[in-house]
Design a protein around this ligand. Structure first.
Ligand code: BYC
Length: 472
């Protein structure tokens, strides 16, 4: 069954909003608050119009439509992937029974919490990125930033729809709160740590879209397995949009690395800062930072929360249905790292409580693909240095390594050594200053800032020099 979006409604949707007047009214009351939030905390740079893709239907081929529109006229809507007939729960204690079309009473609180945590990240990322438009390295990049921003806004809509449609008054209250917490706020911060860190420059933006959006991919992948069918369908649709965000991160870092390699060759030095480039050491320190804060988003490696979510059928594993086991895990065990008497050791714990680590391991493999790709770029350019992911204990605030100090190589060190050496591993004030000094906008079609190589192709078959954004 394929549902086209209804654009005659104020809120485009493929959930037959017209058939549920109460819900429609509740969402129409939320919409102006969302728009106010967008004006207050969305992108600060106002463009005349932007070459955006908009979802028009949720089927495989026809969901994206491209055209120049003012950002404020983007049609934020509610789209669920098609319903699979007779979908069954694929794991946990309800395995084999029909997926739920309504929230089961006993799981109401847990499901609501998952939706709120997920929903909270979406507007947070828009807030974090709101000033970046002023320093875009090209119109192509500026367009990608705006595309990411409107889609994160739509992902907020996705969670708000579920809260409104299935969680009554409490859900509506939570939907309000999603607009009231703000990234970095002292009084009402965003829920998860990484979403309170500022995205202060474009290197941080590319790292964020590579590492933090990729956590989104994996978390959404586990929620796409959910026994609560509306959540599963919502996440399946969101994952398609998420793929673009990660493309922005992957190719963004590709282009930085390529330009860095070019400058290193041209000037025969690693010290390319004075030639307007980003030295590999700074790229590595940014990578260390963004990877480690993104690892924290997986929760602790020992978690009864995740065991309960799995057993209840609320949150599955990555590609649950392709796994070759009993999908119950009641007797299985898994190895996790523990720190005992100053040493990193391995302990076996029930596999159910180790599921955050299971997901994190899948994430690690995916992240490492990018690192290999950047190292191939360096090698092709004749540069003998490489980039690497730091050890999973490095710079952690959540889980077994919280409160300890671990080097990127995986060695436990004491506080004094950490203090003395952390500037080798994490971005320093001087690094931030250097990157900031490169952040001058380039708004001429086809032109690129000097610290980044041009993209290999444009958007939707358009040339790189296309006027992707028309400024006011
Ligand atoms: N910061 O049992 P534990 C995205 C809390 S990104 C602060 O180990 P659990 C996107 C935790 O809440 C994807 N607090 O963790 C990307 C718990 O509190 P309680 C977002 C944290 O519950 C880019 C306690 O510590 N989606 O979409 O197994 C742009 C013990 O935790 C943190 C989701 O995350 C932290 N980092 O797992 C835009 C999916 N980590 O119970 C968007 C939904 C843990 O003691 N969320 N805590 O009060 C979840 O599945 C889980 O809540 C988590 C945590 C994976 C986040």
């Amino acid at each position: 069954m394929t549902l086209s979006a209804d654009y005659t409604d104020r809120i485009p949707n493929n959930v037959d909003l017209r058939g549920d007047r109460r819900l429609q009214r509740a969402l129409e009351a939320w919409q102006p608050r969302f728009m106010q939030w967008w004006r207050d905390l969305g992108p600060d740079l106002i463009a005349r119009d932007v070459y955006l893709r908009t979802a028009i239907s949720a089927d495989r081929d026809g969901w994206a439509h491209f055209g120049h529109i003012p950002l404020e006229e983007y049609r934020w809507g509610i789209f669920l992937a098609d319903r699979e007939p007779d979908r069954r729960i694929a794991f946990g204690e309800h395995m084999g029974t029909s997926a739920w079309q309504q929230v089961p009473g006993e799981y109401r609180a847990d499901l609501q919490r998952l939706l709120v945590v997920q929903g909270d990240t979406e507007p947070a990322s828009v807030e974090q990125q709101r000033l970046l438009g002023f320093t875009a390295p090209s119109l192509y990049d500026l367009r990608n930033l705006f595309q990411v921003n409107v889609e994160e806004g739509r992902h907020l809509w996705a969670m708000v729809y579920l809260l409104h449609a299935f969680f009554g008054r409490e859900g509506r209250d939570q939907a309000e709160q999603l607009l009231l917490r703000h990234s970095g706020s002292v009084d009402a911060p965003r829920i998860l740590g990484a979403f309170n860190e500022p995205t202060r420059d474009w290197l941080a933006f590319f790292m964020f879209t590579y590492f933090t959006d990729r956590d989104g991919k994996f978390q959404l992948g586990t929620l796409a397995e959910s026994g609560f069918d509306p959540l599963s369908r919502t996440c399946r649709f969101m994952l398609r949009e998420e793929a673009h965000h990660m493309m922005v991160g992957t190719t963004g870092i590709d282009r930085v690395v390529r330009r860095t390699a070019e400058l290193m060759r041209e000037h025969n030095t690693d010290d390319i800062a004075r030639h307007g480039g980003i030295p590999l050491d700074i790229i590595q320190r940014y990578l260390n930072f963004h990877y480690s804060v993104s690892l924290d988003l997986f929760g602790g490696e020992r978690s009864t929360n995740v065991a309960n979510y799995f057993t209840a059928g609320l949150k599955g594993r990555w590609q649950e249905e392709r796994r070759d086991d009993d999908h119950q895990l009641t007797d299985a065990t898994a190895a996790v790292d523990v720190v005992v008497a100053g040493r990193i050791e391995s302990a076996r714990i029930p596999a159910l409580t180790a599921l955050n680590q299971d997901l994190r391991s899948e994430y690690f493999i995916d992240c490492n693909n990018g690192v290999r790709r950047w190292n191939r770029l360096l090698e092709t350019a004749g540069i003998e240095r490489t980039l690497a992911l730091p050890h999973h204990g490095f710079n952690r605030r959540v889980g077994a390594f919280a409160g300890l100090h671990v080097t990127p190589g995986g060695e436990l060190i004491d506080d004094a050594t950490w203090e003395r050496r952390q500037a080798e591993w994490l971005p320093t004030a001087a690094d931030y200053d250097h990157i900031q000094s490169l952040m001058t906008p380039v708004f001429e079609p086809g032109k690129m800032a000097g610290w980044i190589a041009p993209p290999a192709t444009g958007i939707n078959g358009q040339p790189v020099e296309y006027e992707y954004v028309r400024l006011a």
